[in-house]
Design a binder for this molecule. Structure first.
Ligand code: SF4
Ligand code: SF4
Length: 316
């Protein structure tokens, strides 16, 4: 048996193990009740918005930069700092705290969060995390979802006279769209975590992951302006959706990442490209004695050049 956490804590996005002493020893369901309320009247208001690490998901970044009317690069530079995601070698970003160790989006102690309606996922989930309990070690085996509650000593919200179910709490916090938009990405991170560091990830793969996770404009350019569509078979219906819709683009990018990083068959190489590659490899091997590995390295170089091209600033 193994237990796999998908959401929560740092201000709890990923695993329970981040702060185990503050996890209540109870397994909650959607119908379980909690007594909790957070509002500007609590004496601890905004206390949990400091000395924390708030890891941002791709959807968080998209929403925040739209809210702040910033390009992705500018937003990342001003408001974030690099981090590694959940004990993996995946590069990600967390909110850059002020010199006093406070979140830059705190307006004031009484007014709270200045971007509240677009606050990051981790801030919404807190203090209720979600985890999965697996029977057996296989990812495919059925997983039971359950919830856990983080109760930190400074948080007075648990002393408030308001009781609701986990379901009601989550609805109130607007986590449904976050769940939908974060799920595929978090599964990739957790899958990488379960592999450990034995499986090496190339720099190119890390850059691809970072671009897909942080910059939808570059991602779109990579898909439409590089050799990607000459290589991969993507339905026109999907292309029409991702051309202008950033949410659809993100959801599609998780499939691309899963395919590229873990060899899933979410995205397939075009049959004629695959056939041509096999024939080219055979021909090369026959003519030059070049091995399959050498050939693959040459292909990788080509993809890297496409990648670098996609990263160049666009002229319009
Ligand atoms: S984004 Fe808002 S809710 Fe989240 S830590 Fe910062 S101020 Fe607090
Ligand atoms: S009640 Fe808890 S969640 Fe709300 S501001 Fe205080 S510490 Fe943060």
């Amino acid at each position: 048996m193994n237990e796999k956490s998908t959401f929560h804590k740092e201000k709890t996005l990923f695993g329970k193990e981040k702060n185990p002493s503050n996890i209540l020893p109870t397994k909650y369901t959607l119908d379980s009740k909690i007594q909790f309320r957070c509002h500007p009247g609590v004496s601890c208001f905004t206390e949990c918005c400091g000395n924390i690490k708030i890891v941002l998901t791709p959807y968080d970044i998209l929403q925040l930069r739209k809210r702040l009317n910033m390009e992705a690069a500018e937003f990342l530079h001003v408001y974030t700092e690099p981090t590694y995601l959940e004990k993996t070698d995946f590069p990600g970003v967390a909110i850059k705290l002020t010199e006093e160790g406070r979140c830059p989006f705190i307006k004031s102690k009484t007014e709270g969060c200045m971007i509240y309606t677009d606050r990051p996922s981790a801030c919404r989930y807190y203090p209720v995390g979600m985890a999965q309990f697996h029977e057996g070690a296989q990812e495919e085996q059925s997983a039971e979802e359950f919830y856990f509650v983080v109760k930190e000593p400074h948080c007075k919200g648990f002393e408030e006279d308001k009781t609701w179910t986990i379901r009601e709490w989550r609805e109130d916090q607007g986590v449904n769209v976050r769940d939908k938009m974060n799920k595929g990405w978090m599964e990739i991170v957790m899958r990488r975590k379960s592999f450990g560091f034995q499986a090496t990830l190339s720099d190119q793969a890390k850059r691809m992951f970072f671009m897909a996770s942080t910059d939808t404009d570059q991602l779109r350019s990579f898909i439409f302006d590089s050799s990607f569509l000459r290589t991969y078979d993507v339905d026109q219906e999907i292309l029409d959706k991702i051309k202008d819709d950033d949410n659809e683009l993100l959801l599609f990018s998780y499939k691309v990442l899963a395919s590229m990083l873990f060899g899933t068959d979410d995205i397939k190489v075009k049959p004629d490209v695959l056939k041509a590659k096999v024939e080219a490899i055979k021909k090369d091997q026959a003519e030059t004695g070049q091995t399959m590995v050498e050939r693959a390295e040459a292909d990788l170089k080509g993809i890297k050049e496409d990648w670098a091209k996609a990263k160049e600033p666009r002229s319009n």
